[in-house]
Design a protein around this ligand. Structure first.
Ligand SMILES: [Zn+2]
Length: 261
């Protein structure tokens, strides 16, 4: 990997802008449940502007993975993300796992998602599946559509190229995700919501470990989760911690993928 001078590792801030689609993709009957969907509406209505403001103040560019249907439902938000200089990347059309789709359905969903995004950013380089999971056809679809990188698998801490297809993988992990720590669902009342300070410790510990090993720290957040008022300072603190190390290259996924040999 070709890191900038002085850098020993790298880090990307990523946001999966799921809005209502994470519930609709799981079960279309949720279209009749405004209370359920309002959790995602918060992401579009309130959280994205707050996150964009936090990123602006920190002067950092992030990567936003957006399903095509969210692009269609919230075009002004996508416009604002691009206008602020952030990267758009593919996150499906509906929020449905590729493992639940036939080969034709998956190719169709991919094409529709890509078209929706390209109205706002002509070149789309990255893909994160709605489930962090691949079907047997996914990598072929990415290669056929000239997608440069995927950010889905948990099998490394360093970017690498998939054999045969040449698609670059920017590995992720549940540790570096906001959902396992903060996600609450009313059907599982036993799930506790973590304190931001606890998550800061987990994220920063993983950041430091990946830095020591010269890897790529790909942090996955969701506007409707990290965009809660108590958690925005967590994002700000994380950026400050990355910068304080002095040798971590903070960049978009697209920029990091472009530096992979
Ligand atoms: Zn998602």
């Amino acid at each position: 990997m070709r890191l900038p001078p002085g850098a020993a590792s790298c880090c990307a801030l990523t946001f999966d802008f799921d809005a209502e689609e994470v519930w609709l993709g799981e079960d279309p009957a949720n279209a009749d449940r405004p209370g359920v969907l309002s959790q995602g509406t918060y992401g579009a209505r309130v959280a994205v502007p707050l996150i964009l403001e936090t990123l602006r103040r920190a002067d950092v560019r992030a990567t936003f993975f957006v399903p095509g249907r969210v692009v269609e439902r919230h075009p002004q938000r996508v416009e604002a993300i691009v206008a602020a200089g952030h990267e758009l990347a593919h996150h499906g059309y509906r929020h449905v796992s590729p493992t639940r789709l036939s080969a034709d359905e998956e190719a169709d969903e991919f094409g529709r998602g890509l078209l929706a995004l390209q109205r706002f950013q002509p070149v789309i380089q990255g893909y994160r599946s709605p489930s962090w999971d691949f079907s047997p056809n996914t990598l072929g679809i990415l290669a056929a559509n000239r997608i440069v990188y995927s950010s889905n698998l948990m099998d490394d801490i360093r970017p690498y190229r998939h054999p045969n297809q040449g698609v670059i993988e920017l590995p992720v992990h549940w540790t570096l995700d906001d959902a396992p720590h903060f996600w609450f669902a009313a059907d599982v009342w036993s799930k506790a919501i973590a304190a931001p300070e606890t998550v800061a410790q987990i994220w920063e510990g993983e950041l430091e470990g990946i830095r020591t090993l010269g890897g790529a720290c790909i942090l996955t957040m969701h506007p409707q989760i990290t965009g809660r008022p108590s958690r925005l300072p967590l994002l700000q603190r994380f950026v400050e911690r990355v910068r304080a190390h002095g040798d971590i290259w903070l960049a978009t996924c697209g920029a990091i993928a472009a530096a992979v040999d």
